[in-house]
Design a protein around this ligand. Sequence first.
Ligand code: CO
Length: 134
Amino acid sequence: MIGRLNHVAIAVPDAAAASMLYRDALGVTVSAPIALPEHGVHVVFVELPNTRIELIEPLGENSPIAKFLGQHPQGALHHLCFEVGDIAAARDQLQRAGTRVLGEGEPKIGAHGKPVVFLNPKDCAGILIELEQA
Ligand code: CO
């Protein structure tokens, strides 16, 4: 059902500082920090040959990653994002298998302008999983 790994999101206190590791030490192309106020994050895109890493830094008072970063002040893996062809069908199949979808269960428009859902980490071996309709 799932397609390729779209991105790995890492919550960090300072995305620009974290991006230097990838740019200077690992020699990877990184974007400038981009503000996504509607999602409560700054993001730096780290482009790898086979996928992308997104360094996400809290933006604003009500950032959805603020609490997580408080628990992991140096930064930590926040979520994995897999592509799916039909997000409603993927959600239904997961729910039939007992995997809980966060929120109301309805896809929302994610940071790339495409429909996404997030799955409960308690049902996903401890990892927050995002599904994005490719
Ligand atoms: Co994501």
